[in-house]
Ligand binder design. Sequence first.
Ligand SMILES: *[C@@H]1O[C@H](CO)[C@@H](O)[C@H](O)[C@H]1NC(C)=O
Length: 365
Amino acid sequence: MKATLLTLLVLQCGVAIRGAQIFAHMMPWFETKDSNNGQWGIHWTMANRNPDNVVDGKQDIASFYHPEIGAYASGDPTVIDWQLGVMKTSGIAGIFLDWPGTTEYADYPKNKQNCEAIIDGTSRAGLQFAIVYEDNNLNLAGVPDKIAQGTADMQYLQSNYFNKGNYVQLDGAPLLLDFGPQALTDGGQWDQIFSPLDPKPTFLTLWYQHQQGGQFNKGEFAWIYQDFMDGLQNWYANVDLPTKIGVAYPGFNSFYEQGGWPGPGFTIEFGTNTFQQTIDLAVANTDVVQVATWNDYGEGTIIEPTEEYGNQFVDIVRSKSGTKYTKEDTEEVTNIFFLRKQHANNATMLDHLHQRYHTLMHKFD
Ligand SMILES: *[C@@H]1O[C@H](CO)[C@@H](O)[C@H](O)[C@H]1NC(C)=O
């Protein structure tokens, strides 16, 4: 990895002037009534919640945690500037974006559209991005020819995302993660769907699955599992691969049971202790760290500012990232968000706020 040489040089000089490269795993799948034809999106409601209701002073969403800005639409540029602005001012280098593929099934087209609004936002914020492909969607969508659809998805990525100036390059090629494999579980299938791509991506699977990733696989990324620190320590210490991306997470406290959706039922205590432990371990063991997650409210793994935790998690990220941005800069991002909502009908004011955001995002360029 690029970072290795720099890190070594820094260590040899004895001054830690450089922090870890931290990326945030981001979900693009939230919708409000305004963004979704009068219906709250399923990721806020699961089977049985209604965000129009207020319970104990909070919106009744399918999560134990509540976004500081209220339940939002993932494609709203004002929301996106807030999310990416908070990341930027915490020293996060970019996002690993959960990407649904190009099928027309369920809410995937809207999720993909939101991804593209978010990608536009990464250029405004001066952040990088890489794609996390959800190959399991080939199963969920009941795609008859998974190779043909997978190939079309890869060609779409190459033509529309890999060529962007802020797409993450690792080991000389665009970084592509897969959340699995879960559908294309034979390495030869990945070789087939990558065949039209030039260059081949730097391809990583979930931990312990690289053997299913085909000949272009370079390694794995760690994730959340119930064995918690033991599982992480074991993977960092014993798995030897060319490229490994570590994971930092605040816990796992899913709403599946309460929300009436299927999903894992284990719990890892949610809070700053869990986040501090996992980020310390990740930074000590890998050059590139993925925060899991920015905003998976349903699984209860979010570090995005919430009513419950405010900026506590992003403050921890800031302390590990080595950024020059301060807590006050993050507060400024949130102020700008609320002013943009408040003055949504005043073009003069919006221009002024846009300029304030832009200046803040590029303060240290
Ligand atoms: C719009 O914002 C500008 C700049 O802050 C302010 O001077 C102006 O009075 C506002 N216009 C309205 C209609 O509120």
